[in-house]
Write a protein that binds this ligand. Structure first.
Ligand code: SF4
Length: 392
């Protein structure tokens, strides 16, 4: 943790401009809710050592705790046999407070998709989805409670932003999933969590500091992190350009996913309110700069909505806009929209989806229809909030 950052309050609220300003849409219950308890992963090395010293624990005990957490996914300090019995309770309280509690778990796709609804310390609810494939297992995690970007077709967007999540709250989703995989709790037997995508609830760039601290600790090798390669981590954004630029400067080889959803400003202004702040040219420029710096293809996410953005003219314009920057720098993921019940946004017809893909392919752009795993449990993107809303 950069100590300088401690002085900058990060609310997730985007500064407004003078013209066409965008501000986060706040949830009704957006308020100072206090901070989540501080967890081992919320502290940098010095802070951990300091806290341990205050308990009378020498430095090497901090490494032991980190090793339990990152190598063994274990937070049950009361059972740490390598720890002095008299200190186990103190260690548990000071380093491993309970940050997420399972409320419900839904399983689909013959047990290979698991969606979990979590309750946070203040009663807020967030969700994560684990998806097991033959060659990889991906966890989709949340980084904010709700989302302030206000996209009208998205269930999470309807909630508004309640608050940012702490690094501990973000990483606990990863630890629990990694443990479940190791212990064979997901259909298919014991395995390894290999990929993490920040595509659950929230706009990761709106909670930049905690998200980056989480990224570092997901990708560092144990005992500093879970050892999941940064190349297997995807950070998504709806187009918060300053966030993309900061990420570019970090030089961490994560994959960047940009939710574009429309090829023109006219249409995107309607689908993604943030476009009024950072338009398609600014977003694509920043995304292409990320590609140049990282040499990693950028994913362009595009939720296909019937008769709104899924026609041939949209595909042609999208292809033109992407090809403007050169070949093979972006990969388009058209996503069949999971419609929110009762909304006017609905999924494309299969023939329109196919036509959209064909036009991109003919223009030399790689594009694959994104898998909508978990659709039968509302676990696909843009739908993560539906159940949380009814339960909170
Ligand atoms: S689509 Fe993404 S950015 Fe837009 S409201 Fe939903 S979660 Fe937020």
């Amino acid at each position: 943790m950069n100590p300088q950052h401690n002085e900058i309050p990060e609310s997730g609220i985007t500064e407004g401009g003078t013209k066409g300003a965008f501000r986060d849409v706040l949830a009704k219950d957006h308020a100072r809710r206090g901070k989540p308890p501080v967890h081992l992963v919320d502290m940098d090395k010095d802070q951990r050592i300091e806290r341990a010293a205050a308990l009378g624990l020498p430095k090497f005990r901090v490494n032991q705790l980190a090793n339990h957490y990152f190598s063994h996914f274990d937070v049950d300090a009361e059972g740490f046999s390598d720890f002095p019995a008299s200190m186990r309770h103190e260690a548990a309280q000071n380093f491993f407070p309970t940050l997420i509690e399972e409320v419900t778990r839904q399983v689909a796709d013959e047990g290979t998709t698991v969606k979990t609804l979590w309750k946070l310390f203040d009663g807020a609810r967030i969700e994560s989805v684990l998806m097991r494939y033959p060659t990889r297992t991906t966890l989709c995690i949340s980084s904010q409670v709700g989302c302030g970007m206000g996209c009208p077709f998205c269930a999470t967007g309807q909630l508004g932003l309640t608050r940012n999540m702490s690094t501990g709250e973000i990483l606990e989703q990863v630890r629990v999933a990694a443990k479940a995989m190791r212990d064979g709790e997901v259909a298919g037997g014991p395995g390894r969590l290999s990929n993490v995508v920040f595509m659950g609830m929230g706009e990761p760039m709106g909670n930049y500091r905690s998200v980056m601290s989480a990224v570092r600790q997901i990708s560092s090798l144990p005992p500093e992190g879970f050892g999941i390669s940064a190349r297997n981590i995807t950070v998504s954004t709806v187009g918060v350009v300053p966030g993309i630029k900061k990420l570019t400067a970090e030089g961490i080889p994560v994959r960047l996913a940009v939710s574009l959803h429309a090829p023109s400003d006219e249409l995107r202004d309607e689908l993604v309110p943030m476009n009024k702040r950072f338009n398609t040219t600014q977003v694509l420029d920043a995304a292409h700069d990320y590609y140049l710096a990282s040499k990693k293809r950028v994913s362009i996410e595009y939720a296909l909505m019937r008769d709104i953005n899924d026609q041939a003219e949209h595909a042609r314009l999208l292809a033109k806009r992407l090809n403007h920057y050169g070949d093979d720098w972006a990969h388009v993921n058209p996503i069949p929209l999971n419609p929110i019940e009762g909304s006017r946004w609905t999924a494309s017809k299969p023939e329109d989806e196919q036509q959209f893909l064909d036009i991109l392919h003919r223009a030399g752009i790689t594009a694959t229809l994104r898998d909508t795993r978990g659709q039968d449990i509302d676990g696909a993107c843009g739908q993560l909030a539906a159940k949380a809303k009814t339960l909170s």
